[in-house]
Design a protein around this ligand. Structure first.
Ligand code: MLT
Length: 311
């Protein structure tokens, strides 16, 4: 009897592959390379991706046998859920697998941005002992503005409390009383932008959030503000951010995500005030193990025609 085919288009943890076990024919491809991905989809029953594979209408049309697309992570912005649903393809993700890792990466970038850690490290390794150049700021007493108080935003708020910061947030979907229980004051986007010393983004990428922090908003911030984005590239307009830092309207930024990825060449990388990492929010052993096992379990259930509970 032929086994159902599972196409793994990006790296999946060993633990995830172990969950798939011997019941399936597991194939691998480079999902970021369309010339490999499209032909590889011809006879697959399931597709497992992270964020580099665009599972758009064209990819779904190239996979006539496809029954389930699994996103080993939270965001579904690289999957055309509407096209999948129309084609009768189930879409599953691992919505809590990497939230702790993403929140911890946010803290890392907030602190690195406040204390010029990456820049001072690079300078020292280059033989430069520069103490005053890399004078930073404390978090204590500062106002941190969280854009999006969902699962990750909430973990970030919780982890920031012991630093003695004042927490404010913009989240149109959360009741103010719930935010207050977490010690966070809900405000309008405009107010958060005006009051914050640090702004950290925890929103999904959508038509509504793309360019949310653009030229206009970056004219309204405090010049001491540092902007952190571990959510999705494009929510903070990269061109507007570059100009704002250059003109001294923004003090710095910590960026883990970019409008176009992979991103190895950006004007932002020329700025000493920018600390950047290559979309590492979910890149921990723990998160990858959870994401891999959660989606592998969902794929197994979906291909067996069984109910797939929320992971
Ligand atoms: C997510 O949306 O969960 C992350 O971007 C995952 C990833 O790094 O692939």
């Amino acid at each position: 009897m032929t086994k159902p085919v599972v196409l793994v288009a990006e790296e999946l943890s060993e633990a995830g592959l172990a969950v798939l076990g011997a019941d399936f024919e597991v194939r691998h491809t480079d999902g970021a390379d369309r010339s490999q991905l499209l032909p590889a989809l011809a006879d697959v029953d399931a597709l497992i991706v992270r964020s580099a594979t665009q599972v758009d209408a064209e990819a779904i049309a190239a996979a006539p046998k496809l029954r389930v697309v699994a996103r080993a992570g939270v965001g579904l912005d690289n999957v055309d859920v509407e096209a999948a649903t129309k084609a009768g393809v189930m879409v599953v993700n691992a919505p809590t697998s990497n939230i702790t890792s993403a929140a911890e990466q946010t803290l890392a970038l907030i602190l690195a941005s406040a204390r010029n850690t990456a820049q001072a490290h690079a300078a020292l390794k280059n033989g430069e002992w520069k103490r005053s150049k890399y004078t930073g700021v404390e978090l204590d007493g500062k106002v941190v503005g969280i854009l999006g108080l969902g699962k990750i935003g909430q973990l970030v708020a919780q982890r920031l409390q012991p630093f003695g910061v004042e927490l404010i947030a913009y989240d149109p979907y959360l009741p103010p009383a719930r935010a207050a229980q977490m010690g966070v004051k809900l405000l309008s986007l405009e107010e958060v932008i005006r009051q914050a010393d640090f702004i950290t983004v925890h929103l999904p990428k959508s038509k509504e959030t793309l360019g949310l922090i653009g030229d206009k908003e970056l004219h309204e911030v405090k010049p001491s503000v540092r902007i952190i984005n571990v959510a999705r590239g494009g929510i903070v307009d990269e061109g507007a951010l570059y100009t704002a830092i250059k003109e001294g309207r923004v003090a710095g930024a910590g960026l883990d995500v970019f409008a176009k990825e992979p991103c190895t060449d950006s004007p932002l990388f020329e700025l000493d005030q920018v600390v950047a990492t290559p979309h590492l929010g979910a890149s921990t052993h723990e998160a990858q193990e959870k994401a891999g096992t959660q989606v592998a379990r969902s794929v197994k259930l979906a291909l067996a025609g069984e109910f797939v509970p929320d992971a």
